[in-house]
Design a protein around this ligand. Structure first.
Ligand code: ASP
Length: 372
């Protein structure tokens, strides 16, 4: 063995460094369906594990054997570039076998039900399904019926928890603790699953969240008075229909894509008017703090919800969100499928031999539905 290949081998065996109390919080989790059932500590643990995964991504050889022998299936019933590729890349860097199934070209085209498709995958002894589906609740449906781990990669208008974790990680890495940050989310609040998951995550982390958009794109339970309902989790979230007022002193501005494929007609007079009233441009950005972060989950409608010069400008961290997407998804895949969180070169070798026993299914019937 040459000196160089010995170095490579060592790099390959070197594992992410994480062994914190926070990391232990994820040990009992079987699924990632949304951030509503994540504790603050658990989100902190994901952040910590993500930092360890970023360290792996900075190595010359981006490969660790942590999930060798594990099979991850990405099951995407809706288009995706960032999320699907980053999950696949994440799985491959961790040495899992990653198989992608999309609606086109699979038995889904022959009319096979979601349940039967997922059962088929489970019967092949896969360890985890990453699912994107146009129906809100599809990942919860599977999580309640199968024994395999499920990660929600976006379900209808409901949730996109891994994107929210990416966003929180990106904010934290630039601005430090989320507590007290003013985060303004602008745009299609009614149809955006990214906004919904960010609301759970950001409020749990103590951010001061402002939702801004035209009244027709604000969810009904955020309209006047509805949040006074006992137990509503977002009583402290501010709603603003004037974007200039919303942006005043913002630490973070997150523009949302207009979900034109989901919107039923009649929400907006025209895209031009939307852009004029709510588009994030450099003039509006001056109202925010000088070190404001500009974010967008992508894909962007440049010139509609965000101007090109802002999207690609000095305050934009939009590409960094994509890069961080790989590390966050590595952290999640690792936490859900590796039997031990405290990996060392020795345990990583031996962990391939043991398989965790079945964990209890979540009580999904007790979930409250907010943000209608
Ligand atoms: N990529 C994100 C999602 O799948 C955001 C978007 O499509 O607007 O929800």
């Amino acid at each position: 063995m040459t000196q160089a290949s010995r170095v490579e081998e060592r790099e390959y065996l070197r594992t992410p460094t994480e062994s914190t109390d926070g990391a232990r919080q994820l040990a009992g989790r079987r699924h990632v369906l949304d951030l509503d059932d994540f504790t603050r500590e658990e989100i902190g643990a994901v952040m910590e594990n993500t930092r360890a995964m970023k360290e792996v991504l900075q190595r010359d050889i981006k490969k660790v054997p942590a999930l060798r022998g594990k099979t991850i299936i990405t099951l995407f019933y809706e288009p995706s570039t960032r999320t699907r590729v980053s999950f696949e890349q994440a799985g491959k860097i961790l040495s899992a076998d990653v198989i992608s199934v999309t609606g086109g070209g699979s038995s889904v085209e022959k009319g096979e039900s979601l349940y039967n498709t997922a059962r088929t995958i489970q019967a092949m002894d896969a360890d985890l399904i990453v699912i994107r589906h146009p129906q809100s609740g599809a990942p919860h449906f599977l999580a309640g019926r199968l024994d395999i781990s499920i990660i929600n990669a976006g379900d209808g208008t409901h949730a996109h928890p891994t994107q929210a974790l990416v966003d929180i990680f990106t904010m934290e890495s630039h601005l430090g603790p989320i507590e007290g940050l003013k985060v303004v989310i602008v745009g299609d609040l009614l149809y955006s699953r990214v906004a919904r998951s960010n609301l759970w995550g950001l409020t749990k982390m103590g951010a001061q969240v402002v939702l801004c958009g035209p009244p027709t794109l604000i969810p009904s339970d955020f309209q006047n008075g509805h949040r006074k309902e006992v137990g509503h989790p977002f009583t402290n979230v501010r709603i603003e229909t004037n974007v200039e007022r919303a942006l005043d002193g913002a630490d973070v501005v997150m523009a949302l894509r207009l979900q034109l494929e989901r919107q039923r007609a009649g929400h907006l007079p025209s895209l031009r008017e939307y852009s004029r009233m709510y588009g994030i441009n450099s003039k509006r950005l001056q109202l925010a703090k000088p070190n404001v972060l500009v974010m967008h989950p992508g894909p962007m409608n440049e010139g509609v919800e965000i101007d090109s010069e802002v999207a690609h400008g000095a305050r934009s961290v939009i590409e960094e969100q994509v890069t961080n997407g790989v590390a966050v998804r590595m952290a999640l895949l690792y936490s859900l499928t590796a039997p031990t969180l405290h990996a060392t070169p020795d345990t990583v070798e031996s962990q391939q031999l043991s398989k965790p026993g079945p964990k209890p299914r979540p009580d999904i019937t007790s979930r409250r539905v907010y943000l209608k």
